[in-house]
Design a protein around this ligand. Structure first.
Ligand SMILES: [Zn+2]
Length: 335
């Protein structure tokens, strides 16, 4: 069954580049730059990059990004990391992927936001040529940064709206920074022509979902699993055709839910909420998209027909150029 699920065409809409570096690549790049301590081996490194079972919360989970964020200050590394992530994705038949990151975190005195974004686009173009995988970028604004900081990203990224940048996002700890703090930023981003997705309702604050839609113009919500607590919010998601980008293993890792059986993804899907299945952070959660499909198939009774519907919904609500969608909706061999 696993090999069938691996071959099912997939769309991934919520994957952080900096959470999805190959461990071997991290090891190699750290060695090359002499930042790997002599006594650190690849198993030690795995421990540093992946969450373990006693991860306490989202804040601890976010600590796992320190090494990748530093490695991605080198734009050559970004090109390679994006290329490899898309290679890994194409091996499990992801036909379209939206990758996200925050270039502000990789800015140094030696590079520019434009160079950082362009290096990711170069990785996308090389992967498209080699693996025929289509992909676009989402720029993650950070909750803990000010308007003046985040707006620099929007201003740089808007130059690539006719290329592979399609949307903006808001990421970071939602319990410390409410959506309304960033209303002006998202008004500005909308006016500049970005599509919008926002992390919300991941760690217990259901109201953040409504606020992200109403105040930040979100058309998709990252996670949004707390909607299960409130019928009104579920109705709003259905009425306004808002998709949830659901990443089950990540939710287990951050203790947002106990295990797969406890996860509300199937209930939300059965109620009629549009969902996409994604990994969030492949390395941090030590998960592939096929793993997620396998667990949802085995533990929550998703069927191949459900996965077909999720594929179609995900293309329809992706931020891909509208002209390109028909070709992705027309594939015959989905099941
Ligand atoms: Zn995320």
């Amino acid at each position: 069954m696993r090999s069938i699920l691996k071959q099912i065409p997939k769309v991934e809409l919520h994957c952080h580049i900096d959470g999805s570096l190959r461990v071997d690549t991290v090891y190699e790049l750290m060695k090359k730059d002499n930042i790997l301590k002599n006594d650190v081996n690849i198993d030690d490194l795995k421990k540093q990059l992946r969450v373990n079972n006693d991860c306490k919360d989202l804040r601890e989970y976010l600590n796992k990004f320190e090494i990748p964020i530093n490695l991605m200050k080198n734009t050559k590394n970004i090109e390679r990391i994006v290329y490899e992530l898309l290679q890994d994705s194409s091996k499990e038949n992801v036909l379209y992927s939206e990758l996200r990151f925050c270039p502000l975190l990789h800015k140094t005195k030696d590079n520019s936001l434009h160079e950082i974004i362009e290096s990711a686009i170069e990785g996308i173009n090389r992967a498209k040529k080699d693996f025929n995988i289509e992909s676009n970028l989402i720029m993650s604004n950070m909750r803990h940064l000010s308007f003046d900081e985040n707006v620099k990203l929007i201003d740089a990224a808007k130059d690539y709206l006719s290329s592979n940048v399609v949307a903006i996002d808001l990421a970071g700890s939602e319990s410390d920074f409410a959506p309304n703090l960033h209303q002006k930023l998202f008004d500005y981003g909308l006016k500049k022509g970005f599509k919008i997705t926002v992390h919300a309702g991941e760690t217990g604050i259901a109201k953040n979902i409504t606020d992200s839609i109403d105040l930040l113009h979100a058309k998709r919500i990252g996670h949004g699993i707390d909607s299960i607590k409130d019928k009104e919010i579920i109705n709003k998601l259905i009425r306004e055709n808002i998709m949830l980008e659901v990443c089950p293993k990540s939710n287990i890792d951050t203790m947002a839910v106990k295990d797969y059986n406890d996860h509300p993804i199937k209930k939300l899907y059965d109620l009629g909420v549009k969902i996409n299945i994604s990994t969030d952070n492949r390395t941090v959660s030590n998960v592939t998209l096929t793993d997620e499909y396998y667990n949802l198939f085995n533990k929550l009774n998703f069927t191949k027909e459900d996965f077909y519907k999720i594929y179609q919904d995900s293309i329809n609500l992706s931020f891909m150029n509208e002209d390109k969608k028909a070709a992705f909706l027309n594939i015959k061999d989905v099941i």
